[in-house]
Design a protein around this ligand. Structure first.
Ligand code: CO8
Length: 263
């Protein structure tokens, strides 16, 4: 568990974990300390099979994450900047590869590295006040935490080019239309919507959810035939689990399933 003075806090509440960036005075900008703490928390979560969902969020109303820390970056030379980028890449990959479903709760600005961080979650729920964009070109930079790759894969090349090359900010509705925000909610309704989806995921077969995530993620890294073979293999494996036996028996007996702890 993270310490009280860490800029990233990890709270566990039953089968839910909340990973929260706490630097509201700098709009939660990502400096090296935040990135290292994110990586360490993600590594801690990676072995927690008892946890089903991780919420990625940040402190304050105004900003999810306003990008990499520009003051800290302004002091870097080329090789230090490459190392900084790799630190971000490792932290975001650790989040992306978590066995749990990771949901980004975006309530305000998600810019540059902040948008890249949100894209490392499995999906994004946004407040209607959220603003998204890649302002790096305004600073004479390019996205450096995987954004050129993850964003183009998520929304397609044409839209990614427009967003990355213009450096403009876009509304939550535009982000949903672009296909990388799942739903947009009035600020006061965001947590209710989040709670609803978290409860829905946690009510399902825990190891089925882990397996489903793993197959979706791993399948994206290979061709479709290999991905479908992987799906078949894991589908078969499910039939040796008590969870699948219970889920199917419950359906046939017209009763709710009773899933036990993850297998
Ligand atoms: N870095 C450091 N500090 C920041 C950042 C940031 N990205 N964003 C905001 N802050 C600070 C401000 O400096 C200010 O601090 P202070 O109160 O001490 O002056 C405080 O947060 C509040 O910000 P503003 O006063 O600017 O608030 P506004 O409401 O006027 O504006 C904005 C909000 C529009 C979000 C504005 O702050 C802004 O444009 N921020 C920068 C956004 C940006 O350009 N982000 C992209 C950064 S580059 C990046 O993310 C690259 C990632 C890949 C890096 C790879 C490694 C090499």
């Amino acid at each position: 568990m993270s310490s009280n003075n860490s800029p990233v806090r990890l709270r566990i509440d039953g089968r839910k974990a909340v990973l929260e960036i706490c630097r509201p005075e700098a709009l939660n900008a990502l400096n090296a300390e935040v990135l290292a703490a994110l990586e360490s928390c993600a590594n801690e979560l990676s072995s927690r099979r008892d946890i089903g969902v991780v919420i990625l969020q940040s402190a304050g109303e105004k900003s999810f994450v306003a990008g990499a820390d520009i003051l800290e970056m302004s002091l870097l030379n080329a090789s230090e900047a490459e190392r900084f980028s790799q630190l971000g890449f490792r932290a975001f990959a650790a989040i992306e590869n978590l066995p749990q479903i990771v949901i980004a709760r975006v309530q305000g600005f998600a810019l540059g590295g902040g948008l890249e961080l949100a894209l490392s979650a499995d999906f994004i729920l946004a407040s209607s006040k959220a603003r998204f964009g890649f302002p790096e070109v305004s600073l004479g930079l390019i996205p450096g935490f995987g954004g050129t790759q993850r964003f183009a894969r998520r929304v397609g090349v044409a839209r990614a080019m427009e967003w990355i090359a213009s450096g403009e900010k876009y509304s939550a509705e535009q982000a949903m239309a672009a296909g990388f925000v799942n739903s947009v909610h009035a600020p006061e309704d965001l947590d209710v919507a989040l709670g609803r989806i978290v409860d829905s995921i946690l009510a399902k077969g825990p190891s089925a959810v882990h397996h489903a995530k793993s197959v979706v993620r791993r399948g994206l890294e290979c061709d479709i035939t290999t991905g479908c073979r992987l799906e078949s293999a894991v589908f078969g494996l499910r039939f040796s689990t008590a969870e699948a036996k219970e889920g199917m028996a419950a359906f046939l007996e017209k009763r709710p399933p009773h899933f036990s702890s993850p297998e």
